[in-house]
Design a protein around this ligand. Structure first.
Ligand code: BEZ
Length: 178
């Protein structure tokens, strides 16, 4: 598995609220580039196989949300959750999860994930192409650290979740300070 030095350059298709749109659903498309997400900032990103899936919803996302203030105290500018889901799905997932701090980033076409080398087939679950679970600490676009779940591969019969969790990342960042 090739490990990249920098995050790939892509354009994410996001949805943002814009009251000027009017009507009952005042949202519009907004392109967000990798440069906008990562440029000049210290970002923690974690990627998971799907919005609304059990472990992602019960543990992976909520724990990053819980620890957000601690990440900020350690100098992290933003925490990003990425999934190969479209903007509508990611928005609704964030809403049902009560997310206030984590930026839910839709990689619907899987371009970022593919360029990261993290795109896997999950046809065994009827999911199609998804992201492998991982987390990374990115400083101004440079990947300083990655935690990649074991047994990387297509149609993995299990869903390893051992190292990409929020506490592991937080402890790593703390260790940089000591
Ligand atoms: C889960 O989050 O529990 C999960 C993710 C992908 C496939 C199946 C389950």
């Amino acid at each position: 598995m090739a490990v990249l030095e920098r995050v790939p350059e892509v354009t994410f298709k996001t949805r943002v609220r814009d009251e000027s749109v009017g009507g009952p659903n005042p949202f519009r498309w907004q392109d967000v580039t990798s440069q906008e997400v990562f440029g000049g900032k210290k970002i923690v990103l974690f990627a998971l196989p799907g919005a609304f899936t059990p472990t992602c919803s019960s543990t992976h996302l909520p724990r990053y949300e819980e620890l957000f203030d601690e990440f900020r105290t350690l100098g992290i500018d933003g925490v990003v959750c990425l999934s190969v889901n479209d903007a509508f799905v990611m928005f609704q997932w964030g809403k049902t999860q009560g997310v206030n701090h984590i930026f839910l980033l839709p990689d619907g076409s899987g371009e970022f994930t593919r360029k990261m080398g993290m795109l896997v087939r999950k046809d065994n679950l009827g999911f199609g192409m998804r992201s492998w679970r991982y987390s990374m600490y990115v400083n101004d676009g440079k990947i300083e650290k990655m935690f990649i779940e074991p047994d990387f591969g297509d149609d993995c019969p299990i869903d390893p979740f051992e190292v990409s969790d929020a506490d592991t990342m937080l402890n790593y960042l703390k260790s940089l300070k000591s």
